[in-house]
Write a protein that binds this ligand. Structure first.
Ligand SMILES: *Cc1c(COP(=O)(O)O)cnc(C)c1O
Length: 422
């Protein structure tokens, strides 16, 4: 008898379930689920009509001439540098403060990524440090193990978090050093920039950079599960990327996949297997239609955070700029650690304990074993990035986030800061 009563008491005594806010929750509407099911039933699963449509829709959406759908942004970046003729032993300027992909694709080509420090406000690649790194390399004063006379051919800026760089400044730096530009736009769809209020907005992707690469990974601003897109205005580069994304088979061979005309094909280069499937593209087509609405939702979450977190002095909020249409892929806060008795890692543990998902974007590349071991990068080579990453935390921001979820994030941050204030 007693035994049957005890569980009841336990249930009554239990506290209300802890609210859990995920770091990210993708939003897939019913229309895309239906479209995916139709593709599965239709019998054409790999690259076909859905991919063609997704490419055309995406190109129109960003104002690009050519769009090549692939199975990841990493693939898009790799195809881009291959099409630009990046050769083994050459070098490319890459921000230290980025994801693995931005630099690894340079290594795929046997080329050398030169890691550049961050702007302290935006954490974008610091264009002054581009000049400084090139100069130090030539003068022989850069202590990383990179050949002094290496040919530096390109630069891969990253629009970190979804806020675009000043592209005039990027292009000026590229011109000065005679570099091509591949934009890592994994975070920045849809986004736009203008020089100032007197100029019109330019969309990310419609610019004059050699290639711009987008990601549709599961937690990016639009998703196809895995996927990416390379856009360019240059027909030759587009043609090369299209060729290399499917085994280096000639154009006729592509027709074999998309129309079934010929059984014969010609291998004209040792290509890769990077094509997108129609299953993924079916999702992408619908995500694209929702992209601006979802961006606006993220923007309104960001504006709420800006307002409601402003009075917490232990937090430094992300920089905003009226000359940017921010994709708001990330909302990174920086801890004013001198005002706290706990460090960033302890702060993250407390967020987790309170059911708030978070992440860090990023441990910079010059602090990773591979880049240390291979090139001898040191923390002091990129001092801003070394310092800033230790106080970074990205908090939840995604369309479909509920107001009580937002309340929970805000109140958790406030309470952790109040409890552990110095
Ligand atoms: C996600 C990401 C990539 C790679 O995207 P995938 O589609 O996962 O290959 C590249 N660069 C940055 C900055 C990213 O965040």
């Amino acid at each position: 008898m007693v035994i049957s009563v005890r569980p009841m008491q336990l249930v009554e005594a239990r506290e209300p379930a802890l609210m859990q806010v995920p770091f990210y929750r993708p939003e897939i509407d019913e229309a895309s689920i239906e479209e995916v099911v139709n593709v599965l039933r239709g019998g054409w699963l790999t690259s076909g009509p859905r991919v063609k449509q997704f490419e055309a829709d995406f190109a129109q959406c960003v104002g690009a001439k050519h769009a090549i759908a692939v199975n990841s942004c990493t693939a898009a970046l790799h195809l881009a540098v291959e099409a630009l003729g990046l050769a083994a032993g050459e070098a490319v300027l890459v921000p230290a403060h980025t994801f693995a992909a931005t630099a690894e694709i340079v290594r795929y080509m046997g080329a050398i990524p030169i890691l550049v420090d961050s702007d302290p406000v935006t954490l974008h690649i610091d264009l002054d440090d581009v000049d400084a790194k090139v100069e130090a390399l030539r003068a022989g004063s850069l202590t990383a193990r990179i050949p002094k006379d290496v040919r530096i051919v390109g630069m891969i800026p990253v629009h970190l978090g979804g806020v675009m760089m000043d592209m005039d400044a990027v292009h000026a730096t590229a011109k000065k050093h005679d570099l091509w530009i591949v934009e890592d736009a994994a975070h920045s769809f849809p986004a736009a920039w203008r020089k100032d209020a007197s100029k019109p907005f330019v969309r990310c992707g419609e610019d004059t950079s050699s290639v711009t690469c987008f990601s549709f990974y599961a937690n990016k601003t639009i998703t196809t599960g895995e996927g990416g897109m390379a856009v360019t205005a240059d027909p030759k580069i587009a043609e090369r990327m299209r060729l290399m994304c499917l085994h280096g088979l000639s154009r006729d061979a592509w027709d074999r996949f998309s129309g079934g005309r010929v059984w014969d094909y010609r291998i004209v280069a040792p290509g890769f297997k990077y094509n997108m499937t129609d299953v993924a593209a079916a999702t992408g087509i619908h995500q694209l239609r929702a992209a601006q609405r979802m961006r606006k939702e993220r923007e309104s979450i960001a504006l709420s955070y800006n307002e409601r977190l402003a009075s917490i002095t232990q937090l430094e909020l992300p920089h905003t700029d009226s000359d940017r249409q921010h994709a708001w892929h990330l909302y990174p806060v920086r801890l004013r650690t001198e005002q706290l008795r706990i460090d960033r890692n302890q702060f993250i543990e407390l967020l987790k304990d309170a059911g708030v998902g978070c992440s860090v974007h990023y441990r910079p590349l010059h602090l990773h074993d591979y880049y240390i071991d291979t090139y001898g990068w040191l923390p002091e080579h990129c001092p801003v990035s070394t310092r800033e990453w230790q106080r970074l935390i990205s908090i939840p921001i995604f369309s479909g986030m509920k107001s009580k979820e937002l309340d929970h994030v805000v109140s958790t941050l406030a309470s952790i800061c109040a409890t552990h204030a110095r």
